[in-house]
Design a protein around this ligand. Structure first.
Ligand code: NAD
Length: 498
């Protein structure tokens, strides 16, 4: 899909934005109980774009009380499935009406190019909202095949109060992957957006209320991780905590659950995904161009970024030349410019972190073949050039840790066996890809890859109809598809002796 907005359209939308930074609790905008706010800085130019409520334990308590009250009163879960569907469809329609505005807000808030936020992010959010809106009146429960004198009915019931804690790389999308299935199943939801990117979540809560989601059913509490996020993890009255973010914080949520009410915890964490290019890669040029565009997509701030390029030694030189040429042409620039393909990293501290990995790659002996430095963009934001390392060993830090920037590590292998061994030699297991003309070879390798998504001759393809999530330390549970509903429901057996 191509961007239909011109530069002047985008600036017009930007100038008309009414940015709201309050929390949204029990159907109303409210300040944090403490009155505290924090500066929301745009990574595009380092300017403050909003003051945002710094919610803390007291605000999380308020939101949980409202969410629980709504749940117990049945104002949402006891509505007929058809009625819930209609409200969620209205929510999706309102979202669609405001997609230009939401895309600009997302770009300002976290630095991704408008050419992506308007053609990818908002469309995928809309798909997700529409798809889960259709679920409530299409799902049937079960009757178990017990003996002739019993009737055992298995019903799916909402889990109750769902907390969602999400990251900044796809703020609206990560939130929607949680809230759409949770609301469809009749739960109350409390969403804590990342402190770097709270604005679209706040706007979505307003649209949800306008669509008719009852007070208390969808709340947004912006704030920091160790305060608002921890308060959610430790809360005794949140039944389920759905998290997307780093592995370190994911582990904290498991601890919080153990220290509090044993709430169900579902984690979508990081990745160090292998992109395996075999010697019979079909359309070598296209595959190499994709390897470059995929690592630059969303500035490399993508959990499934193909950050380890695993190359068969027979084609490595030819392949890498094209990757380098393609990446060289992807110049960082103003995210609000419709021509820009690579925006700003989310914050200055994150840029420093990415740069420290680049320094580490050099120190440990990888060969820098592109980038590594800051570009000249004329803006005071947080930009970094696409960076490629060759001769990387899988034991090097840049091949083991998630960098979350446009930094690619190319690793050479001799054969399929070594490719699989290197691919699986990681703590993560989110995604992987293999490129080959040979279907049997593709299947055999795919079966051996320990990852939640495996792409064959493509990268990062997806749809709301397929589950998304990871093996190993990439997490547990799945977002998207009907499988996501398992996280937000409890199964109940009602046994009737006839
Ligand atoms: P992060 O873990 O730092 O933060 C994620 C969320 O957790 C934020 O809302 C943050 O405020 C909160 N948080 C931070 N510290 C906390 C604490 N001590 N207690 C409670 N909450 C806390 O992650 P990030 O930097 O925002 O996002 C990048 C990470 O997200 C990467 O590791 C990336 O791979 C991962 N990610 C995973 C997926 C997936 O689906 N697997 C998708 C997108 C991003």
């Amino acid at each position: 899909m191509t961007l239909q907005l011109s530069k002047s359209d985008i600036l017009g939308i930007r100038n008309r934005l009414e940015i709201k930074g309050q929390a949204f609790i029990d159907g109303r905008f409210v300040d944090a109980a403490s009155g505290e706010t924090f500066d929301n800085i745009s990574p595009r130019d380092g300017q403050v774009i909003a003051k945002v409520a710094a919610c803390d334990t007291a605000d999380v308590d308020r939101a949980v009380t409202a969410a629980r009250r709504a749940f117990e009163a049945g104002v949402w879960r006891d509505r007929s499935p058809k009625e819930r569907k209609k409200v969620l469809q209205r929510f999706a329609a309102l979202f669609e009406k405001h997609m230009d505005e939401l895309a600009v807000l997302e770009t300002l808030d976290m630095g991704k190019p408008i050419s992506e936020s308007r053609t990818i992010d908002v469309n995928v959010v809309l798909d997700t909202l529409e798809w889960y809106a259709e679920c409530p009146d299409k799902l049937y429960d079960e009757i178990a095949p017990t003996g002739p004198n019993q009737l055992a009915i298995i019903t799916r019931e909402p889990v109750g109060v769902v907390g969602a804690v999400v990251p900044w790389n796809f703020p609206m999308l990560m939130a929607t992957w949680k809230l759409a299935p949770a609301l469809a199943m009749g739960n109350s939801v409390i969403l804590k957006p990342a402190e770097q990117s709270p604005l679209t979540a706040i706007r979505m809560a307003e649209l949800a209320a306008e669509a008719g989601i009852p007070d208390g059913v969808f709340n947004v509490v912006p704030g920091f991780g160790p305060t608002a996020g921890k308060a959610m993890g430790m809360h005794m009255d949140i039944d389920c905590l759905a998290f997307t973010g780093s592995g370190g914080v994911g582990k904290l949520f498991l601890q919080y659950a153990g220290q509090s009410n044993m709430k169900r915890v579902y984690l979508e964490c990081g990745g160090k995904s292998p992109n395996i290019i075999l010697d019979d890669v079909p359309e070598l040029r296209a595959a190499a161009e994709r390897a470059a565009t995929a690592i630059c997509f969303n500035q490399g701030e993508v959990c499934v970024a193909p950050s380890r390029l695993i190359l068969s030694e027979r084609i490595q030189d030819q392949f890498l030349d094209i990757v380098v040429d393609t990446a060289k042409s992807i110049r960082p620039g103003d995210p609000l410019d419709p021509e820009t393909k690579l925006g700003a990293l989310v914050e200055d501290g994150h840029r420093s972190r990415v740069e420290s990995y680049i320094a580490k790659g050099r120190e440990e002996g990888a060969r820098l073949v592109l980038g590594g430095e800051r570009p000249e963009t004329g803006l005071d934001g947080y930009y970094v050039n696409p960076t490629i390392f060759a001769d990387v060993k899988n034991s090097m830090t840049i091949a083991r840790e998630e960098i979350f920037g446009p930094v690619l590590s190319a690793i050479t292998v001799k054969d399929d066996e070594e490719a699989v061994r290197v691919a699986n030699d990681t703590n993560y297991g989110l995604a992987a890809a293999v490129w080959t003309r040979d279907l049997s070879r593709a299947h055999k390798i795919s079966r051996k890859l320990r990852a939640g998504s495996v792409w064959v001759n493509c990268y990062d393809h997806g749809d709301v109809t397929v589950p998304f999530g990871g093996f190993k330390q990439s997490g547990n549970g799945r977002d998207k598809s009907l499988h996501a509903l398992d996280k937000y429901t409890e199964l109940k057996t009602t046994w009737i002796e006839l």
